[in-house]
Design a protein around this ligand. Structure first.
Ligand code: SF4
Length: 332
């Protein structure tokens, strides 16, 4: 919960998500839906006022006798970890921020920016430190001749590569990518998306990929979670979500994806009304004030997130009555 103009608002409410090792979970929704707060709460960069953040450490052991094959792993609720000990987890969990212009210290050289987390955590020095910086710069497509320069000498895409190198130098397992391409030129966005994908494969990373660009999420994510006013509306494998959405808000989001075909006549689902104030959300379904399919029951009780297919969850009272359009049908 946050205090805003003397009111308390619950930025993320009753959200339960799991992220599988090695996958990219996309998190989408309008500005103010709670996506970034959720990403920061996972890393405890903001302190959640309730709930659990379970982090599973260790590597799965396929030869374990346990039928789950994961008995070498241990689960820890990060909310119970004393702050000084969180440093151990922040080595494994990093964040890439939206704005590479604001997230890099302009007074530090690229070499110092990338080396700083290793130095602060006492993980390398001397030639070992230099080798690690060179190695990660190479992996991230940074010319090693750039290491003695300052961030202002670089374009947005190059700066984002520096920010990615700084996150990766700690050899993390899990990265929260908070709108990592939204501040970049369109021509550069694909390069950064591809870099993130390549790095995920080669370094076996797990991503929480927060974005409002649905086309980018479709490309990057294995599964997608849709948030609206602090709650989850739908969680599904990417293909199902885009082509067979089961929640009216997801259908509206899909219809807003620009189609590159100039002859295509889009049939957007227009939402009327304003997004509710998170400090005083409507009773019942939070989407009921804008949903074209709302009925009385929607305004009275909160729909639970329920399974509708394998790995597919929806919070809508009318999920079994509605036939919604996916991205392909909406594109005409
Ligand atoms: Fe729309 Fe009702 Fe479903 Fe909410 S519960 S999304 S208002 S149909």
């Amino acid at each position: 919960m946050f205090r805003d103009n003397r009111r308390w608002l619950r930025a993320v409410d009753n959200v339960s998500l799991n992220i599988k090792r090695g996958e990219t979970l996309g998190l989408v929704g309008e500005s103010g839906s709670g996506k970034t707060t959720l990403g920061r709460a996972v890393l405890r960069l903001v302190e959640p006022t309730g709930g659990e953040v379970i982090y599973r450490t260790g590597k799965p052991n396929p030869s374990a006798k346990n039928s789950s094959g994961i008995d070498d792993t241990k689960e820890i609720d990060l909310r119970t970890v004393p702050m000084p000990e969180m440093r151990n987890f922040w080595r494994q969990m990093q964040m890439i921020f939206q704005d590479p212009y604001a997230s890099l210290n302009p007074r530090m050289t690229v070499r110092d920016i990338i080396a700083e987390p290793l130095i602060v955590n006492g993980l390398a020095k001397g030639s070992d430190l230099n080798d690690k910086v060179m190695e990660i710069a190479n992996i991230c497509g940074l010319n090693t001749a750039w290491l003695s320069r300052y961030p202002h000498a670089f374009s947005g895409g190059q700066r984002q590569r520096i920010a990615i190198a700084r996150a990766l130098v700690m050899q993390p397992e899990f990265i929260v990518c908070d709108e990592p391409i939204s501040a970049l030129d369109v021509s550069i966005q694909a390069q950064i998306l591809n870099l993130l994908k390549e790095l995920q494969q080669s370094l076996k990373l797990t991503y929480l990929f927060i974005a409002h660009d649905l086309a980018a999420v479709a490309y990057a994510a294995d599964r997608v979670a849709v948030m609206y006013v602090g709650q989850l509306m739908e969680v599904a494998p990417t293909e199902s979500l885009y082509y067979q959405p089961r929640h009216p808000y997801t259908e509206a989001l899909m219809s807003a994806i620009p189609n590159p075909d100039p002859d295509c006549e889009m049939a957007p689902v227009l939402l009327e009304g304003e997004r509710p104030d998170p400090a005083s959300p409507p009773p019942g379904c939070r989407f009921s004030t804008r949903c074209p399919y709302a009925v009385d029951r929607c305004k009275q009780s909160v729909p639970e997130l329920q399974p509708v297919a394998q790995d597919h969850y929806v919070a809508c009272h009318r999920v079994n009555e509605l036939t919604l359009k996916g991205a392909l049908e909406l594109a005409g």
